[in-house]
Design a protein around this ligand. Structure first.
Ligand code: PLP
Length: 407
């Protein structure tokens, strides 16, 4: 049976929300995806029936919460294909995961003369921590370029790799261009130079799971909220041996083995990086979101998203004056576009008046905006619950908005 987006929409209560401008057309999924009732109920039920702090108390609720939290860890690790020898650390999301790698690995092991390779299409979360680590350690950042279609310039990447390269840290999918990078190939490049490979999977996590199984990554970062799960929780999945060799992230409860005035010893990963009380119900709801995804026809969802992306790209491509940023062959369902002489916020404000939610601005990727020669863009980002009718409605409203704003 064909994938039925209309039916799937019934799982997501907010999709029947009526915005001031009309029925909600939610095209801001790359910023944060909406949540199915299963996830909302899971989190609410957690607080109703099993909430307590974890790992610490001998009472029944604490046992229940601990079991659920650890079961969630297993679900998350398995979903993202973490093989034997990897640990799943719960974090606040991709930003925190990327910061842990930069500060706890880079901060400890990098030194002057070492190089960190990033790319032109990185989100600030995979730039700023490295800039700070470079400043503190004396290591240098090298930036792999992009090609005119928005794909990663693999020759540029290869030309930067040398014995000085200590880590390659690159997004799996760009949050602006939609480009899906060939992480299997990049992992080979990293291996050939003895560098570590850190992958920002914030955008790819819900879309391209198979790639993760094919690539040899040292770390991957994910955010639950982009995978139809709750906010404020995510994961860093990394090689246990490397995680154990790294500096601690935060000190506090739960991450120690013993504390005395003479000194403190730490637990191993994952707990080593989980000081303090985590988002316990959020972790359970994150796992529930992944279970929900597993219950779907994911192949059908992928084909549906590809059909939506094609229709959206063709529609936007036909509007005079619009420039699509990123037309790589392999993309997540994102179309960013700029219009000369028109501020992207004006476009999104006009779309909002029709109930359409898109993102406008620099998308936390200012270096990429500079590289593309634009100040900002509008971004329509889709999910499997979006429909062809919504795409057509969007194109109709976008045409009118551009016509109004340009002439
Ligand atoms: N990396 C990429 C590519 C992203 O798109 C985002 C968020 O949009 C992040 C990292 C940061 O994710 P979060 O805000 O969930 O920590």
């Amino acid at each position: 049976m064909a994938f039925d987006a209309h039916k799937i929409r019934e799982d997501f209560p907010i999709l029947s929300y009526r915005a001031e401008g009309g029925p909600l057309v939610y095209f801001d999924n790359a910023a944060s995806a909406q949540k199915p009732a299963a996830v909302i109920d899971c989190e609410a039920d957690f607080y109703r029936s099993k909430y307590s702090n974890i790992h610490r108390s001998a009472h029944e609720l604490s046992r229940k919460a601990t079991v659920a939290f650890e079961a969630a860890r297993k679900t998350v690790g398995e979903f993202f294909g973490a093989p034997e020898g990897y640990s799943t650390v719960f974090t606040r999301g991709s930003t925190e995961s990327l910061n842990i790698v930069a500060f706890c690995y880079g901060g400890k092991f990098l030194k002057a003369g070492d190089e960190i390779i990033l790319s032109q299409m990185e989100h600030h979360a995979n730039i700023v921590p490295w800039q700070e680590v470079a400043r503190r350690t004396g290591a240098a950042i090298r930036v792999a370029d992009i090609l005119p279609d928005g794909s990663l310039d693999m020759d540029s990447l290869r030309s930067l790799v040398s014995a000085r390269t200590k880590i390659i840290s690159i997004c799996h999918a760009s949050n602006v261009l939609g480009t899906v990078n060939d992480i299997a190939e990049i992992s080979k490049i990293a291996r050939s130079s003895g560098a570590l490979f850190n992958v920002d999977c914030a955008q790819s996590a819900p879309h391209c799971l198979d790639d993760l199984r094919a690539a040899d990554c040292d770390f991957i970062s994910v955010s639950a909220h982009k995978c139809f799960g709750p906010g404020g929780v995510g994961a860093l999945i990394g090689r246990t041996g490397i995680l154990n060799s790294m500096d601690i992230w935060m000190g506090g409860g739960d991450m120690i083995e013993s504390v005395s005035w003479g000194g403190t010893t730490y637990r191993t990963a994952p707990e080593k990086f989980e000081a303090g009380t985590p988002n316990i119900a959020g972790a359970a709801a994150f796992a529930r979101a992944l279970e929900y995804l597993k219950s779907l026809d994911l192949e059908g969802a992928k084909l549906h998203e590809a059909a939506l992306l094609k229709r959206l790209s063709e529609g936007i491509g036909q509007i005079r004056g619009l420039r699509i940023l990123g037309v790589a062959e392999r993309k997540t369902p994102i179309v960013s576009f700029a219009c000369e002489g028109v501020h992207p916020n004006d476009i999104s404000t006009m779309l909002d008046a029709s109930g359409i939610a898109v993102r406008s601005g620099h998308h936390c990727a200012e270096p990429l905006m500079d590289r593309l020669g634009v100040k900002g863009s509008c971004r329509a980002s889709l999910a499997f619950y979006n429909t062809i009718e919504e795409v057509d409605f969007f194109i109709e409203k976008l045409k009118k908005a551009i016509h109004f704003l340009r002439f």
